[in-house]
Design a protein around this ligand. Structure first.
Ligand code: UDP
Length: 474
């Protein structure tokens, strides 16, 4: 209905991601999608993240050239020394620091230019208190899959019925086994602070205006039905990395040049190496931005890969393995790596997965890596590390039939067999499943697809918030 009032300003949306690599990158895709729709964006980013983007990407220059004042960063401290690792227990320190400063931050942003809505990371629902105090609508963006969100939502009930804490392997026959529950459930004490934090964050989401997931309806249909019974406003707008590229291409009429918003130096030499490999012959190995492993685990993977006889491209982040000295590994491993392997510190992962030489992905089952692999139609060998990854790997293998789950095992023989199952013996079967999911994912983010329409709804609903707040000001 036309209110008769002309609204001179576009909606102003503040994005508030938890400042780690994967959350910042994915949230920036959503932010840019809203900027493309004509919104003004303020993107809160840590000094650390901002300086990494400036150092390793052209993101800041590209956004400023494309959107000028319509996409601005609000750079804030995260409370850590510049060189401190942004992982493990330090993440709590960042959380505390963000929580401490949230009130003054949002008051300042709202004072400078009235905020239509905040889109906050689902790990930081303390921002709901601030938003309520300031009368600003808040939407939660969860960067995990809906299966994991739904599991977290049901944890209190599982504690009540005595299913948690986990006692043993009593439910080995069930679809979701004890070992598939998110790692935070692997505690002896139901009052464990981290488990309680996860429960609280999930339940707090009910106070938000809406919930956004980086997924698409066809992938997670059943669980989304459950979630929607408790959260009426759910937007499914993913896979966002693909969605952004397609919308940008629609606007500019050309293939989009948008790159990953990397916190590390991307080593593109691996693309030249991939160009020389036969089709579907390489297993790409990467454990994301936060996983750490022991030297024994590294050696287990390495022997398994080498013994599989397959070619491999392996991302070994400088901080992946504690106490490993480069050059200290057995000579036969180094020799085999020179023959049919390649290693980099950080890869252009989306491009690697889309490369025709890549036939499989050994992954830690982070949600973004999982989606990127599905979009590229690449089967996965899953070695989940923590958090949602234990559940993601089970869903990949059992629900989507898109790979194999190595859960909790880092044995060279198991690994060797699974690599060959995936790349040789059952290759066609897995390629067929991932091919179908890839097509469904691309359809979802094409005009008229479910994620495209869901994003349009989100855009319209935020515009309605703007119109409403504007009317209130008259
Ligand atoms: N990634 C990358 N290059 C690498 C390794 C990872 O660009 O060498 C990106 C990957 O494409 C994904 C993100 O880092 O978007 C990792 O996110 P995910 O949710 O999978 O795991 P997390 O890092 O949060 O554990």
């Amino acid at each position: 209905m036309d209110s008769g009032l002309s609204d001179p300003l576009p909606p102003h949306v503040v994005f508030y991601p938890f400042p780690i690599q994967s959350h910042v990158n994915t949230t920036m895709s959503l932010a840019e999608l809203l900027c493309l729709a004509g919104f003004r964006i303020t993107f809160v980013i840590s000094e650390h993240g901002h300086s990494r983007l400036a150092q390793y990407t052209d993101t800041l220059r590209r956004l400023s050239a494309s959107y000028r004042e319509e996409f601005v960063f609000k750079v804030v401290p995260d409370g850590l020394d510049p060189d401190a690792p942004r992982s493990d227990d330090n993440l709590w320190k960042i959380y505390d620091n963000y929580q401490k400063d949230a009130g003054s931050l949002f008051r300042e942003l709202n004072g400078a230019s009235p905020v239509t809505c905040i889109i906050a990371d689902g790990l930081m629902t303390f921002s709901i208190d601030v938003a309520e105090e300031l009368g600003i609508p808040l939407i939660v963006f969860r960067l995990i899959g809906p299966q994991c969100f739904w599991t977290y939502f049901n944890v209190p009930q599982m504690i009540e019925t005595g299913d948690l804490p986990i006692k043993g392997e009593e439910d080995m026959e069930a679809f979701i086994r004890c070992s598939d529950l998110p790692s935070f459930c692997r505690v002896a004490d139901p009052l464990d602070p981290f488990l309680q934090y996860i429960i609280a964050e999930t339940l707090q989401t009910k106070r938000a205006q809406a919930l956004v997931f980086n997924t698409f309806d066809q992938l997670d249909r059943t669980v989304l039905e459950h979630v929607r019974k408790h959260f009426p406003n759910v937007y499914t707008v993913g896979p966002l990395h693909k969605h952004l590229k397609l919308r940008l291409a629609q606007v500019s009429g050309a293939q989009s040049q948008v790159q990953f918003n990397s916190f590390w130096q991307v080593d593109r030499s691996c693309i030249a190496w991939l160009n020389k490999q036969p089709p579907r012959s390489v297993i790409y190995v990467s454990f994301g931005s936060l996983t750490r492993m022991t030297r024994e685990q590294l050696m287990g993977f390495w022997h398994g890969l080498v013994n599989s006889g397959q070619r491999f491209l392996w991302v070994i982040r400088p901080d992946l393995v504690a106490g490993h000295e480069q050059g200290s590994e057995p000579i036969e491993l180094r020799k085999a790596t020179e023959e049919r392997g390649y290693m980099v510190g950080w890869a252009p992962q989306e491009e690697v997965l889309e490369h025709s030489a890549v036939g499989a992905f050994l992954t830690h089952s982070g949600w973004n890596s999982t989606l990127e692999s599905l979009v590229a139609g690449v089967p996965m060998l899953c070695w989940p590390y923590y958090a949602d990854q234990q559940l993601n790997s089970r869903v990949v293998s059992e629900a989507w039939k898109a790979g194999l789950d190595m859960k909790d095992i880092c044995d060279r023989e198991v690994m060797q067999k699974m690599v060959n199952d995936l790349m040789v013996d059952r290759k066609e079967e897995f390629l067929s499943s991932t091919g179908k999911i890839s097509k469904a994912a691309k359809d979802a983010v094409t005009e008229g697809g479910s994620s495209w329409e869901s994003l349009d709804c989100l855009i319209e609903d935020i515009k309605a918030m703007r119109a409403c707040s504007y009317r209130c000001l008259q």
